[in-house]
Design a protein around this ligand. Structure first.
Ligand code: NAI
Length: 334
């Protein structure tokens, strides 16, 4: 049986790394039928919208997608197609495993944590308006339903993946109602999982502890904004954005994508690190029930990083995207 997967190459380095990922999966014989669709800046040019309705419909039908990053203009222009996609498909859980790969230079030896981020509401609800000239209001929407289901997800994930602790990240000392609700829900859910330790940390203290003792953390349960920020911080602990994968999961659909953005500063130069997207593809294979193929791909990636000869410039190497892909393929099909 072949799996039907929607592929959104995206903007900036997106097409390069998605091509690279596809080359690896196709050469490895992964049973996937790709259906390519355009979103992001390219879609704005062609269809006048960054997220054509048809793209959402195709993912709804196929249920699984792998996407490259989509560019969002800063402070002006169209709203984020990434956020819109997650909301439209109710991809409520964003899962970002952040682990030191062998051979990848980083400040810490053995980081191994997972960020579980609420993906549909909070300050990313996108509800903003100008109250009077010079004063704007941005609403942070927090619902009990969303807090409970993301907490449930984090604990279930911890149990399923053999993790020992869930840490809720919050700012309930200041945002007593919104983050207060988030914490109350997390505590309620935690009571049902006595086998998993539960603790809480204020988001600013969390950032400090992450850069001092990252090994202290296991599963981080966060809202939408804190999760976004802490994800990049955590990426910095393990070698950067080129090596952190992600999944956006809902009850009906799943969209896999690296944590990084479209990296306009290196787009088109053939030096983007494909590992984050390859690892996201491995997560997707696992999700599709292709556990052996997923594990083989991860083993090949780790063999290449451990050897340390074929690394892209973000990891201190001199290799291009293509050479990394060739090296991974060499390990997969020796
Ligand atoms: P970015 O993640 O694109 O880049 C930050 C830095 O990391 C840059 O120096 C870049 O060269 C480097 N980098 C990122 N991915 C890399 C890779 N695979 N290999 C080597 N180096 C890599 O973040 P930035 O510059 O803040 O955002 C650029 C655009 O991407 C924005 O329009 C932003 O909205 C969008 N974005 C999209 C995301 C998505 O589609 N999920 C996520 C984050 C940002």
């Amino acid at each position: 049986m072949r799996h039907q997967v929607v592929l959104i190459p995206g903007d900036g380095i997106g097409p390069e790394i998605c091509r690279a990922m596809r080359r690896v999966l196709d050469a490895a014989g992964a049973p996937i039928e790709w259906e390519e669709r355009i979103a992001g800046a390219a879609a704005v040019e062609r269809y006048g919208t960054p997220l054509p309705e048809e793209v959402i419909d195709r993912i709804r039908e196929r249920r699984v997608a792998l996407k490259g990053p989509l560019t969002t203009p800063v402070g002006t222009g169209h709203t984020s197609a990434n956020v819109a996609l997650r909301q439209a498909l109710d991809l409520y859980a964003c899962v970002r495993p952040t682990r030191t790969l062998p051979g990848v230079p980083s400040r810490f030896g053995a980081v191994d944590l997972v960020i579980v981020r609420e993906n549909t509401e909070g300050l990313y609800s996108g509800i903003e308006h100008e109250v009077v000239p010079g004063v704007v209001e941005s609403l942070k929407i927090v619902s009990e339903r969303a807090c409970v289901r993301i907490s449930e997800f984090a604990f279930q994930y911890a149990v399923a993946c053999g993790r020992r602790r869930v840490t809720a990240v919050h700012k309930a000392n200041i945002m007593k109602k919104s983050d207060g609700l988030f914490l109350r829900c997390a505590r309620r859910v935690a009571e049902r999982y006595p086998q998993i330790e539960y603790d809480e940390v204020i988001v600013d203290a969390c950032c400090m502890r992450l850069v001092m003792q990252p090994e202290r953390f296991d599963v981080l349960l966060t809202d939408n904004l804190y999760g976004d920020i802490v994800s990049d911080l955590a990426a910095g602990l393990v070698g950067g954005l080129g090596v952190v994968p992600g999944a956006n999961l809902g009850s009906d659909c799943a969209v896999f994508e690296a944590v990084h953005g479209s990296a306009p500063d290196i787009a088109g130069r053939g030096i983007a690190n494909p590992i984050a997207t390859l690892w996201s593809a491995s997560m997707m294979l696992d999700f599709l029930g292709e556990a052996a193929a997923a594990a083989a791909l991860m083993a090949a990636i780790e063999a290449v990083t451990a050897e340390g000869k074929t690394l892209t410039p973000d990891l201190g190497g001199k290799a291009g995207t293509r050479e990394v892909v060739d090296a991974v393929l060499g390990r997969l099909n020796p």
